[in-house]
Write a protein that binds this ligand. Structure first.
Ligand code: NZQ
Ligand code: ZN
Length: 386
């Protein structure tokens, strides 16, 4: 186990209707001027927009809507103009990961006088800046952004989708599982696969330890069990609640303490989304079993076997259990009714594979930090197998 520091300052308000009594004060404690950030309209359709607005009575509210999935830097630039022009005190982000991710970078951009893309390219700059408090209402269980400092922002002009960190995780996150009842089957499946992938990126780590491995095994089991239930019965509170808390707990910094933290599948998926704008979790679902198969070797066999026993309850020799676990992962993803191949999401030409692979290796430091170190040729092999 490596040395580590752990701190997380996000206050969580979890449960049905938690926004009703607490939202106004959670926002107003930071000031009068609020930037209300949301996506493409799901919150208007569900009635959440009206509920939120009624709670903000008495505050000065400026809106920024249409944050797209795989949020684009153009939205962050628009937000930067608004936070400066209206002297915003606090950002209220209502939506999925894309909305909350964009809000965090907008929160930094108030204190930066040039193009906020600079802040994505170099997170170091953000750590030198102040950051507005972000309060969020999560409407989709997936990313963990509700309790971490990360954001992922896309620049379609440069074909880049990059992670960035900042000094503050959200100040307050409202997690009401009933707000996820309206999430489509596609996004529910993608969100569950994203959680599964966050666990996989952290479970398969050369410095993994028994404490966090056990925590992750529990989270894995919760996601594996509850994703199919939520798909079949979208209003099942307990399933939605399990997915929501698993989303938060799988990427709030708790289960990767002591790790080296070299992620592999995410940097590769971010290239797919940068070039083809596909749904993050679906891309991960296509890549993860291929990455597992490619990474299985005599050296990694014991860990894959542990994964098969702890997570999938498999028995037998290491070889049988490891191979069975990879198959079980593939079968679980397939049963969520999402495409399991790149052609299935419309990616048929291999033209960009080489340049995408080189970028993934560079951005994700795959040659140095990954669980199984990879060069561009390895990434091309995984993409080609998908
Ligand atoms: O835009 P609206 O109309 O709200 O619709 C959204 C969007 O179309 C819809 N949706 C959200 N909540 C809903 C709903 N529809 C009906 N009912 C609801 N309650 O779902 C669609 C997808 O939303 P999005 O926010 O893009 O999904 P997700 O939460 O999966 O976020 C994905 C983004 O987060 C990044 C991904 O790369 C991707 O850009 N990630 C962020 C991370 C982080 N900050 O820590 C880590 C992750 O690994 C990930 O990379
Ligand atoms: Zn993810």
């Amino acid at each position: 186990m490596n040395n580590f520091k752990f701190q997380n300052k996000t206050a969580i308000q979890f449960g049905k209707d938690v926004i009703d009594n607490a939202l106004h004060d959670a926002v107003a404690q930071f000031g009068q001027n609020v930037l209300f950030v949301y996506g493409g309209g799901s919150i208007k359709k569900s009635g959440l927009y009206d509920r939120v607005m009624s709670k903000l009575a008495g505050l000065t509210v400026v809106e920024l809507s249409d944050i797209a999935p795989n949020p684009k830097i153009a939205s962050v630039r628009a937000g930067q103009d608004l936070v400066k022009a209206h002297d915003i005190d606090v950002i209220l982000a209502v939506g999925g990961g894309s909305v909350i991710d964009a809000a965090k970078v907008i929160a930094s951009s108030k204190f930066y006088d040039a193009d906020p893309w600079d802040l994505v390219l170099d997170s170091g700059k953000r750590y030198q800046l102040d950051q507005l408090p972000v309060v969020d209402i999560l409407t989709l269980s997936a990313t963990g952004t509700e309790m971490n400092v990360g954001s992922v922002i896309s620049n379609p002009e440069t074909h880049q989708k990059l992670g960035t960190g900042g000094p503050q995780s959200p100040a307050v996150s409202f997690l009401d599982p009933t707000l996820t009842y309206t999430v489509s089957k596609w996004q529910t499946a993608a969100g569950a696969i994203d959680i599964f992938s966050h666990l996989t990126e952290q479970y398969f780590d050369r410095s993994a330890n028994d404490v966090t491995s056990g925590m992750m095994a529990g989270l894995y089991r919760a996601v594996i069990k509850n994703a199919p239930i939520a798909l079949a019965d979208p209003d099942n509170y307990d399933a939605r609640a399990a997915l929501m808390w698993a989303s938060t707990m799988s990427l709030n910094g708790l289960v990767n303490v002591g790790n080296i933290n070299g992620w592999t599948v995410h940097p590769i998926e971010h290239e797919l989304s940068a070039y083809y704008d596909i749904t993050h979790g679906v891309g991960l679902g296509i890549l993860t079993p291929r990455w597992m198969q490619y990474s299985l070797s005599a050296e990694t066999l014991p860990r894959f076997a542990q994964f098969g026993r702890e997570v999938w309850d498999l028995t037998g020799t290491d070889e049988v259990v490891a191979q069975g676990a990879i198959q079980a992962t593939f079968d679980w993803i397939k049963a969520l009714d999402v495409p399991t191949t790149l052609p299935g999401v419309g990616i048929v030409d291999k033209t960009h594979f080489e340049v995408m692979a080189e970028s993934a290796v560079k951005v994700g430091r795959l040659a140095q930090a990954a669980y199984v170190p990879m060069q561009a040729a390895d990434v091309v092999a995984i993409l080609s197998a998908a």
